[in-house]
Design a protein around this ligand. Sequence first.
Ligand code: TEU
Length: 550
Amino acid sequence: MDPSYTRDFLWYKDAIIYETHVKAFLDTSGDGVGDFAGLIEKLDYLEDLGITCLWLLPFFPSPLRDDGYDVVDYTGVHPSYGTLKDFRRLVDEAHRRDIAVIIELVVNHTSDQHPWFQLARSAPAGSPERDFYVWSDSEAKYKGVRIIFTDTERSNWTWDPVAGAYYWHRFFSHQPDLNFDNPRVLDAILEVLRYWLEMGIDGFRLDAIPYLVERDGTSCENLPETHEVIRRIRADVERTYPGCMLLAEANQWPADVRPYFGDGDECHMAFHFPLMPRIFMALRREDVEPIQDIMQRTPAIPESCQWGLFLRNHDELTLEMVTDMERDYMVLAYAREPGTVLNVGIRRRLAPLVDNGRHRIELLNSLLFSFPGTPIIYYGDEIGMGDDVRRPDRDGVRTPMQWSSGVNAGFSRADPAALYSRPIDDPVYGYPAVNVQAQLRDPSSLLHWMRNMIRLRKQFRVFGRGSMEFLSAGNRKVLAYVRRWEEDTILCVANLSRHPQPAELDLSEFAGATPVEMLGYTPFRVIGRDPYVLTLGGYGFYWFELRQRG
Ligand code: TEU
């Protein structure tokens, strides 16, 4: 770990996070699978994009039946990606570029191939080894708990012939849930945390933490005992690594996500799962209501905490936390093509979700970069990569990064048949048309636009730290909101409609100030007491810095 590398403890509030899987980024060994050396080679690309934090999806030894979320060794690295030495070099090279590194803590479950499970299933019933997992003699326990992977699982229990008992799993049946009622489990997990923190990493995404503890007669989600486990983890980390950031993956309703921040003594960050689908809903309905409603239902969070904002990620666009009617609407609006729905979600990347509409992609990213929280970019979305819904599970949104129009999209020199996944090669999103090399050369490319927006965002800490208040635009199709922090006041206006729209804003509170449009630094008319009238093009947006005279 590079001792000269330091961060202020609230670094994650000003971060721009980039999510990728090692396997998908760049293959330097020629085996068809991305590796740590490839990531190191592309750190300059990420630094130039303006990324300040790299979130690595699971890279631990695994049978890869859930893309690495089925862990068999929490303190190793899958040999396909390189060695622990390579990982350390990646962390040091990232830190040299002032890029933090956060990794996964798949804390809810292991692979059924993990030595802990192999020991548990043959250990005597009731022994501490057996009780590393959750067992029952029947499937009657925890009746009625919802199944998450509805496409593949019919029960949260699976019979194990070796143990002669059922084991509990909230995800795939090959992912037995750990038993956090057994104190040895948390002790083992804390060892894992310390191991990686010693390696110099800057934080963890705590995978699937609403499901840690089970109690009869409950939903087995968000239980008080689960929050006690998280407080223990935070306290342990805080003692020795105070700069470490914990990011909660709690795919829950706002009121149920809020407790994962605790009183500033649980997680530092949490994904804003409820907001994400409502952004897409508002766009299709051309109505601000879904966004304003969920934001008004979003409780305040402790000063030291932060929302993680995202448009898409490595999973399906989850519709678990929307109403049945909202879900039906989203499927109708965004998942017409057969094979697009997976479990309770939509397995599409960002660009295909909005028919590759450049204005819509920019509009959605303008919200991602200006809403209260830290933006998280899914790899490839910065160049408008596509997907392939015909592939199994979520593989269609996890294809190789498209670096060039060359062989294997410049991702690997391996035989194309050896690649972990075939690059997208359709006429619209295929790597001959959509790739980093071409977009770096094209000043009008999405990549350059993303890079410029990230730079602009990073100049104003108000975006990551400021307050948020909505204004009425006198038009349901136009979203208007003000961000304030210290001496900065930013007015954002976004047209959710495909057609030009007028907006009339009551800005009398800012009378005398000059709105300066932030992309072109163009001063607009000075604000008076009268309604401030604006016209926005289809899917157009403005960010204004409100500058007082003097
Ligand atoms: O997903 C856990 C989770 O909470 C799911 O409900 C997830 O939100 C849903 O599938 C749609 O996003 C995590 C990982 O993100 C996922 O890739 C893993 O398959 C899962 O855990 C099991 O490890």
